[in-house]
Design a binder for this molecule. Sequence first.
Ligand code: ZN
Ligand code: ZN
Length: 173
Amino acid sequence: MRSWKDYVIRWRKLYGQPSPKVYNPCGVKVSPLRCGKCSSTWKVTRHHKGHEFYLAVVDEATYAARYIQFRPEDIVPLCGRCHDKVHRLYMPIMSELRMYIEACFKCLDADDNPVWEYKPSVAVLESYRKRMISKCDRWLKGKIKKPTHSRKKKLSRKRKVQNENTKFNRFSH
Ligand SMILES: [Zn+2]
Ligand SMILES: [Zn+2]
């Protein structure tokens, strides 16, 4: 299986390098990004609101160029904690999307490219992308209720967040 980095290297070769100003992580040091949800500057990365990374793995021709462009309308800076949260909010949508992809999927070829039994429809992929964007936008505006935490959960949250981040940092979303 390719890693996130392998995909990005491949897509930059196929679709060109976006301008350094747009993606260069050094730029982050010059003006630190603030989380679009809580304003923290802790481990802030750019979240693709429509989870375009996953879609680009599924349909490279439609989404890979867009993913590596980090278009301002597609992304929101999020701190490590909020980034983890938004991906948890996506879980019900993602499990539906994964079921659809599994139904279409045949196998991987020798170069790790998917071979399809049925090619996933761009209209269907777009509908999932829009649902994720809309969920993210509603969450950013505070329109999604926070789950209530018990006292015990609150106390162990710091450690839990650290564990989640270790797991999470494998991919930039
Ligand atoms: Zn945050
Ligand atoms: Zn993300």
